[in-house]
Design a protein around this ligand. Sequence first.
Ligand SMILES: [Ca+2]
Ligand SMILES: [Ca+2]
Length: 102
Amino acid sequence: MRHWLTTHHRWSGKFCPAYILPHWTAFKALVSSYLDRLNGSGDVDGDGKVTAADARTALRAAVGIDDLNDLQKAAADADGDGKITAADARAILHKSVGGESA
Ligand SMILES: [Ca+2]
Ligand SMILES: [Ca+2]
């Protein structure tokens, strides 16, 4: 999984406060599980529900009207191909009305 938690390849580790280290693994696991839940979830606006508004936002991004931040892009990419397209918007809309995502 590609993400921003990977440390820099030249990171020495010597400036990391010792009291953080015992919690770092747990923190990384927490963030990873959050990102896994988010990826392709369709909840583009992050309100915890998948609705037609999420589909509309994804469609606006697909046609270039709106820019999404990285978290929104991850949520909007319903089919996981790395791009936001009309197919993702359709899948989100389908999910919002109770169907399974594509
Ligand atoms: Ca939403
Ligand atoms: Ca996609």
